[in-house]
Write a protein that binds this ligand. Structure first.
Ligand code: NAD
Length: 474
């Protein structure tokens, strides 16, 4: 299978997607090693995970080079690669305490002679299917806590961005105990389908359409499906906000990673009292944003990672313009050196019936809508099939938070935007079609990978059958 380079548009890499039989064979290998992994003390697993973090640090340069080719961007690739050891160490350090805190030994019960214990029993084989927008973060974010819990893990990254798999495998091979229970495979959608049939718990990150297929397949296989899907995050800017600083943070929260982030701000509702100064400030800062072309070491945003995404985003912009919206800056996807680029695109007078306001865009596009009444802004923000995250900006955090609690979204940034990309300890659920299942953030990020086993110990003589006889004394 050929892989396209996002900066050149050329097919300069190949993968060999593994078929269902190979997925089953890999699953069998991991399953065979998992009982010994789960039998280790949590501290022993943590020590092994720390060695993996060390190996990632040692392989930093090769990982970074591969991920940069995968995504066409350097700075965010650095953030992904340099963040990985920290994520591994964080879960390695947290897991022993969480496992101890949530296990129970020899507890009293309602029956005086019966004592209870609760064991946390990991699902044997965890599976992850990941998208292309943050290839390393999103293929490791669930697998690391699953490993810390004692699961084995089978991971299938996106076929659009598979170059990092080879160097990451070297980091895993450097830690043989880990290599026995962790595998990254190259694969396409069919490999993903086979993975769902081979594992005991699946975490899927990607589009709603694929998430629905994964959930259906997981239901047939009778395994839990944890879904993290798309979003159309709203930002509400209240009249008390400073328009210039709100414009700055809206821009960053919308266009970082060329807007190819699930938690990007994709529609902005601004109080009419500050609509014009906000818009002026936004156009000013947006028009100064530089593409990272031709020199990848300069600029602010890179190409679309998945080329066809450019045409999809262009269609939304063109439809909005045809329906009467005003494109104030940006607006045209450019082909430069074979890559597809778009400068930040600010759209004024957008309306709810436009795809750019309704559907996920996944590009650096900021439709701005004025509101007169905050109730109307809340209603518009909630008028979406998605409920991933949101943002509210006001003069004070309390004023913003009073609006935040009214929003149908799993996480709301107060006086900032897209904070879920940086803050991983706050538990949050994805509302509506943005996802299903327990939070990947916070403590549940680990605890979701356990089933609970009760050990119920009788300390006296068991009840005789006679206790249930119809004529037994009451
Ligand atoms: P996608 O749904 O097209 O693909 C994701 C993965 O699913 C790929 O690895 C693909 O090979 C695999 N796949 C495809 N068909 C499959 C099937 N039938 N069974 C099993 N696996 C299958 O998503 P994408 O285009 O790679 O990613 C972009 C989407 O991901 C956007 O909608 C974005 O919002 C979403 N996303 C969500 C989050 C989140 O945390 N909520 C984070 C990042 C991206």
């Amino acid at each position: 299978m050929k892989v396209i380079n996002p900066r050149t548009g050329e097919a300069d890499y190949e993968i060999a997607p593994i078929d269902a039989a190979a997925v089953q064979a890999e699953a069998a290998r991991l399953r065979a090693a998992q009982p010994a992994w789960a039998a280790l003390e949590p501290e022993a697993r943590s020590a092994i995970l720390h060695r993996w973090a060390d190996a990632v640090v040692e392989h930093r340069e090769t990982l970074l080079d591969a991920l940069t080719l995968d995504t066409g961007r350097r700075r965010i690739s650095e953030i992904e690669v340099d963040g990985l050891p920290g994520t591994i160490r964080r879960w390695a350090d947290l897991a022993p305490r969480l496992i101890a805190e949530h296990s129970r030994d020899n507890q009293p019960s309602a029956h005086p002679t019966v004592r209870n214990s609760t064991r946390l029993v990991p699902y044997p084989l965890f599976g992850a299917i990941a998208p292309w927008n943050f290839p390393i973060v999103l293929s490791t974010i669930d697998a690391i806590p699953a490993l810390a819990a004692g699961c084995a893990a089978l991971v299938k990254p996106s076929e659009i961005t598979p170059r990092f798999i080879a160097p990451l495998r070297e980091t895993i091979a450097a830690v043989p105990e880990l290599a026995a229970v962790l595998s990254f495979v190259e694969g396409d959608p069919a490999t993903g389908q086979a993975l769902v049939e081979a594992v005991d718990y699946v975490c899927f990150t990607g589009s709603v359409a694929t998430g629905r297929k994964v959930a259906e397949a997981a239901a047939r296989a009778f395994i839990p499906a944890n879904l993290e899907l798309g979003g159309k995050d709203p930002m509400i800017v209240l009249a008390s906000a400073d328009p210039a600083s709100a414009a700055h943070l809206a821009l960053r929260a919308s266009i970082v990673a060329t807007g190819q982030a699930c938690q990007s701000i994709e529609r902005i509702y601004v109080a009419r009292a500050i609509y014009q100064p906000f818009l002026d400030a936004l156009v000013d800062v947006a028009s100064k944003v530089r593409l990272n072309y031709p020199d990848i070491a300069t600029g602010d945003i890179g190409p679309f990672i998945f080329g066809p995404q450019g045409a999809k985003v262009q269609a939304q912009i063109d439809e909005a313009a045809a329906m009467g919206a005003k494109v104030l800056t940006g607006g045209t996807v450019e082909t430069l050196g074979g890559g597809q680029y778009l400068k930040p695109t600010v759209i004024a007078d957008a309306t709810a019936d436009m795809a750019v306001v309704r559907d996920e865009t996944f590009g650096p596009v900021l439709p701005v809508i004025a509101f007169d009444d905050v109730e109307d802004a809340i209603a518009q923000a909630n008028d979406s099939i998605y409920g991933l995250s949101a943002a509210v900006v006001a003069a004070t955090a309390d004023e913003a938070e009073a609006v935040a609690v009214r929003l149908e979204a799993g996480a709301v940034s107060i006086n900032d935007g897209s904070l879920t990309s940086m803050v991983w300890d706050a538990e949050n659920s994805s509302f509506k079609l943005s996802g299903m299942g327990p939070s990947r953030m916070g403590e549940s990020g680990l605890l979701r990978f356990f089933r609970k086993q009760a050990l119920i110990r009788q300390t006296a003589n068991p009840l005789p059958l006679a206790a249930y006889a119809e004529d037994a004394p009451k």
